[in-house]
Design a protein around this ligand. Structure first.
Ligand SMILES: *Cc1c(COP(=O)(O)O)cnc(C)c1O
Length: 378
């Protein structure tokens, strides 16, 4: 039945259960690590110990699987733990990964995964030719982050699926920046979707988590086993918080996208700004793919301040509503000088500021950036 329901309805109802013993409408927080066995030794509820499964986690996993049109989901204690669960499933061989993926993912590939004897090709997955040229006989996984950040490049998921149609290569998509409301990778041909639920799914900058979602794929089964063996399980309270947040994800995602587009258009016209990266703008190199593949272009955008690092830092120092902080996906707007947080190997230009556009009123956000940029011009 959930197959036919829309995202707004799934976000509220899918997976969620009222408590049969008390009638509590809001799902209770089950603060327990262990579960009672039946007299005959069976575990008829399906739960035995928190690391293997837990009611709050199971509920959240069902909800997230439904939102991504998957058959199952595995919730982790961070997005980073979720990405590692996918890479470990590949084991040996060769991985192709988006070259401007989240810097924590790039570091995980270089510093952990490469150490297992896996070879990794970092490729601009926006270019089908580059992806095709990187494929080898032992390629087991293509890891696509789209939109990437901070440059918001959009890779064509359906076209990459087509490219590898006759090969035994898995396609995984980090859908964190898009959200399942804005982009549905499994429907476009991906095998696996990963989210840092710390971001939009949590939505309030108060909980860390990650999830791997798929449709009965070997990587998903491996992630479920890995979960139990490696132990990066989320707490019951974190799952409860995420469950509560998911209900408003469709509303928030639409507002994040609308606010980001309006800000991108404002910045694009501003004389203190030399460049704006947002796939919703006609001038963005991947605008066409984004229009085909996404519903709204998400809440993250980057812009380059006219001048250099000093001018960018000045703008960041003068905002009043935007908070200077890393991360993205919360209800509050954030501004970040990306190059200095990523360090010396950063791909971000020195005058680039990344915005995580929140759900405040657009007029107030425009006014705040306007006053911060205006001072620069004097
Ligand atoms: C934040 C982020 C991650 C890592 O998630 P954590 O929850 O911080 O471990 C992975 N991918 C993307 C795109 C992210 O933004």
């Amino acid at each position: 039945m959930t197959e036919r329901l829309k995202a707004e309805t799934l976000a509220v109802h899918a997976g969620r259960q009222s408590d049969p013993s008390t009638g509590a409408v809001s799902p209770p927080l089950y603060l327990t690590t262990t579960f009672q066995r039946d007299a005959d030794g069976a575990y008829s509820t399906g739960f035995d110990y928190i690391r293997d499964s837990h009611p709050n986690r199971a509920m959240l996993e069902r909800t997230l699987a439904a939102l991504e049109s998957g058959s199952d989901a595995v919730a982790f204690s961070s997005g980073t733990a979720a990405t590692l669960a996918v890479f470990q499933a590949i084991g040996r061989g060769h991985i192709i990964a988006t070259n401007d993926a989240y810097h924590g993912t790039l570091r995980q590939l270089k510093e952990l995964v490469a150490g297992w004897g896996v070879e990794i090709s970092f490729v601009a997955t926006t270019s089908l030719d580059d992806v095709a040229n990187a494929i080898r006989d032992d390629t087991g996984l293509i890891w696509v982050e789209t939109p990437s950040n901070p440059l918001l490049r959009v890779s064509d998921i359906a076209a990459i699926r087509k490219l590898i149609a006759k090969r035994d290569i898995a396609l995984a998509v980090d859908n964190t920046v898009a959200t399942p409301i804005t982009q549905k990778p499994l429907e476009l041909g991906a095998d696996i979707v990963v989210h840092s639920t710390t971001k939009y799914i949590g939505g309030h900058s108060d909980v860390a988590g990650g999830v791997v979602i798929g449709r009965d794929h070997p990587i998903l089964r491996s992630a479920r086993d890995y979960h139990s063996r490696a132990g990066a399980v989320p707490s019951a309270f974190d799952c409860w918080l995420l469950q509560r947040s998911v209900a408003t994800l469709p509303l928030r995602a639409r507002l994040h996208s609308a606010n980001a587009l309006a800000l991108a258009l404002f910045l694009d016209r501003h004389s203190g700004v030399s460049h704006v990266d947002y796939p919703g703008l006609g001038s963005h190199p991947d605008h066409e793919v984004a229009m085909r593949q996404m519903q709204g272009c998400g809440g993250v955008l980057s812009f380059c301040v006219r001048g250099g690092e000093r001018e960018a830092m000045q703008v960041a120092s003068r905002v009043r509503l935007f908070t200077r902080a890393t991360s993205l996906g919360g209800v509050e707007s954030l501004i970040e000088h990306r190059a200095s947080i990523e360090g010396p190997d950063s791909h971000a230009p020195p005058n680039l500021l990344r915005l995580s556009v929140g759900i405040e009123h657009i007029d107030d956000l425009v006014a705040d950036l306007g006053q911060a940029l205006e001072l620069l011009e004097r």
